[in-house]
Design a protein around this ligand. Structure first.
Ligand SMILES: [Zn+2]
Length: 82
């Protein structure tokens, strides 16, 4: 279970569900990957505190590595491609 902000540089403690943003990694993965890879990672929860959630988002990479990405960058990419 989550105990602190997913940002390693941030020490905010997880207290309330309505604060910040929760990411369930199992939901971020495609279903096919979930079935073939039904390991203990599936239920992994990551939480970003309210401050970090404004700046960062959680993404799962190709090798299932969890990465923090700046929201501004993802927005810029979306905007650019639209
Ligand atoms: Zn934080």
């Amino acid at each position: 279970m989550v105990s602190k902000c997913a940002n390693p540089a941030c020490n905010a403690k997880f207290r309330y569900l309505h604060e910040g943003k929760l990411f369930m990694i199992g939901q971020l993965l495609p279903r096919a990957q979930m079935e073939t890879n039904g390991g203990p990672n599936l239920g992994n929860l990551y939480w970003l505190c309210e401050v970090c959630a404004r700046e960062l988002t959680v993404k799962v990479g190709e090798n299932h590595s969890v990465r923090l990405l700046p929201r501004s960058e993802t927005h810029a990419v979306e905007h650019h491609s639209a």
